[in-house]
Design a protein around this ligand. Structure first.
Ligand code: M6R
Length: 613
């Protein structure tokens, strides 16, 4: 989704804004623009369709735009096609108000008509231009200054926004406002920054403010003042970001995705170590007391995309170990189906970004019904993290590639930890089993590292061979079905090959008619009790011409009698096999995309953080 940056200080703004936008490229975009002003002069606005490179060329890497105060934007089209005209920043004809915006103004048509009646004309199809002109309208009509104009606009606008605005009469200042879209304010020595996410800020400062919903901010050089919508000054906590700048760089890898795949052992270890203390899982930081755990009658896990797949895996683990009924739902469905949430339930929202619009809406829905909520989130200070009653931070570090890998892996681990601890507290497993499970969990980081070492080249070779596939199926049973879903998504989102995940036993209820000569079927079979059943399903597709890749546990070497290409994962407790099985599947998706010469980290049409529904 769109990315916003802003700067006011003593340095030249444009190169800083461009560098910041580059760090937000992962969010997905189709055009970009800058507005920079030099002292009291009106802002100069430059925009370009396509990649950021085009904007950098147009501005001589920012050198052609003089000035110490500016805002920048990468746009992911929602209203109006991707074009230079629709790109941000947007401004009034006299450039007295210039702004960038992330989000959607739902009632923009109605506001646009009102503004037309007041003499405004529009040059773009965007809702943002409408917001800019509404602010301008109030600014000129009431003559009470920028905060007043913005607060009035906020009361009139329905929808979501992170807005950064420059007013001609207020040189060296940027005004911001927020509703349900991420925006972070950084402060350094004599300079202030705005960004949609942490990475653009890291080269300059670790000191940040999180602006809340319906709040406004006024940025001067090195100083920020915050206000509520009634324009009363409010105090905010200055937070120190712990992520180091290198974590958001490629560090010698060709793509962020492969770097992040390799960071999984570290990410999983950090997440485990954050709650395993003295040989026990301690969830007190998440605020889950043993009494609450004992009282649970049902758990709802709600998420989108890969986070949903992690939730499906968690369902198998929690139900099997702790014997608590779990229902997993897509946030976009949950939020609109008027769910009946039972008493003594817990709603768990899983989200890497902590900003996904549907997941956030699901969280709010659960809260509005008085049901306790817990968020499994990666981004510290994100909206979901701040609004949930309990928070379990995954420690994946910044994830830049659109296709999630390390964050998904840490979400899996968070699910296991909850399952094991719930089982322990509720007495559904013995002390001995608890210790066994903890030991298995702690082995996972090294096992993932070994898999990466052993399998990379073979998978790379296999991926090159299948790079031209048209359709691929991923099949599995039980928890392997959860991994199939993630493997399928990983492949399709970055390689543009159509793929589907199927519960293996379901194939013959229709889908098997799609199997034809040479079609690749990736079969995952890590569960001993389901092994024979899986082999039967695999034989069924093989005899109809499928080419079989089998992914199983070391020791099941007889699989070679059935499959054309076998991949083995190290032995672990069967509840935790997703953490290992997913690694070759991530590599498969990655190398197919590389073989096809695609933009691995920024696949078409996708955004890292989906802040619109
Ligand atoms: O930030 P979130 O975890 O809430 O994001 C959820 C999905 O948008 C995300 O997992 C998406 O499916 C990724 N492209 C998967 O790689």
């Amino acid at each position: 989704m769109c990315g916003i940056v802003g700067y006011t200080g003593d340095q030249q703004a444009a190169p800083i804004l461009l560098a910041g936008l580059e760090k937000l490229e992962y969010r997905g975009y189709d055009s970009a623009g800058l507005a920079v002003r030099d002292g009291e002069r009106v802002p100069e606005v430059v925009k370009a369709k396509g990649r950021l490179r085009a904007l950098a060329e147009k501005t001589d890497n920012g050198r052609a735009m003089r000035g110490n105060c500016g805002i920048g934007h990468t746009r992911w089209a929602t209203h109006g096609e991707p074009s230079e005209n629709n790109a941000h920043p947007h401004c009034t004809d006299d450039r007295s108000v210039v702004a960038v915006h992330n989000g959607i103004i739902e009632n923009y048509q109605e506001i646009r008509e009102k503004l037309i009646k007041n003499g405004y004309t529009f040059y773009s199809d965007t809702d943002t231009e409408v917001a800019v002109k509404l602010i301008d309208h109030y600014y000129k009509k009431y003559n009470e200054g920028p905060l007043d104009a913005m607060a009035r606009a906020m009361m009139r606008i329905r929808g979501t926004y992170a807005l950064a605005v420059m007013f001609k009469d207020y040189p060296e200042e940027i005004f911001v406002a927020r509703q349900d879209n991420p925006m972070i304010i950084g402060v350094g020595e004599g300079e202030s920054f705005i960004a949609s996410d942490v990475p653009p800020l890291l080269p300059y400062t670790r000191k940040v403010y999180y602006i809340g919903n319906q709040e406004l901010g006024r940025l001067h050089k090195g100083e920020v003042t915050f206000y509520n919508i009634d324009q009363e000054e409010i105090q905010k906590e200055l937070v120190t970001i712990e992520w180091d700048a290198e974590a958001a760089e490629k560090g010698g890898y060709e793509h962020f995705m492969i770097k992040e795949i390799h960071e999984q052992p570290r990410a999983v270890r950090d997440t485990l170590n954050s709650v395993i203390r003295d040989g026990h899982i301690d969830l007190t930081e998440a605020g889950l007391s043993d009494d609450v755990i004992r009282s649970l009658k049902r758990i709802y896990i709600v998420a989108c995309g890969s986070a949903y797949h992690a939730g499906v895996a968690a369902q198998y683990v929690i139900e099997d170990l702790a014997r608590i009924p779990v229902r997993v739902e897509l946030a976009s469905e949950f939020r609109y189906r008027n769910p009946i949430l039972e008493e003594n339930s817990l709603v768990i929202i899983i989200s890497q970004s902590g900003e996904t619009a549907d997941s956030l809406a699901a969280l709010r829905l659960a809260k509005s019904q008085g049901v306790p909520t817990m968020a499994i989130v990666n981004v510290v200070g994100s909206t979901i993290a701040r609004e949930a009653d309990h928070i379990f931070y995954t420690l994946a570090g910044p994830e830049i590639a659109v296709a999630t890998t390390k964050a998904y892996s840490t979400q899996l681990v968070a699910g296991y930890l909850l399952g094991v601890q719930f089982a322990h507290v509720r007495g559904t497993i013995t002390e001995e089993k608890y210790e066994e499970l903890l030991a298995a969990l702690q082995e996972l980081p090294d096992q993932i590292a070994k898999l990466l070492e052993d399998d990379k080249e073979r998978i790379q070779w296999f991926a090159a061979k299948y790079a031209n596939a048209k359709d691929v199926f991923f099949i599995g049973r039980g928890i392997d079905y959860a991994v199939s879903m993630e493997g399928s998504l990983k492949l399709k989102e970055i390689s543009y090959i159509h793929s589907e995940a199927y519960a293996a036993g379901e194939l013959k209820h229709g889908t098997i008619s799609l199997i034809e000569d040479g079609i690749l079927v990736v079969s995952i079979l890590t569960q001993e009790a389901l092994y024979e059943k899986m082999i039967s399903n695999m034989v069924e597709v093989k005899c109809r011409g499928a080419y079989l890749m089998g992914l199983t546990t070391a020791g099941n070497y007889n699989i070679e009698d059935t499959v054309d290409f076998a991949v083995y994962i190290p032995k672990t407790d069967e509840h935790f096999t997703p953490s290992l099985a997913v690694v070759p599947l991530q590599l498969l998706g990655y190398y197919v995309s590389v073989s096809k010469g695609l933009d691995v980290d920024k696949p078409r049409n996708l955004a890292k953080s989906v802040t619109v529904e």
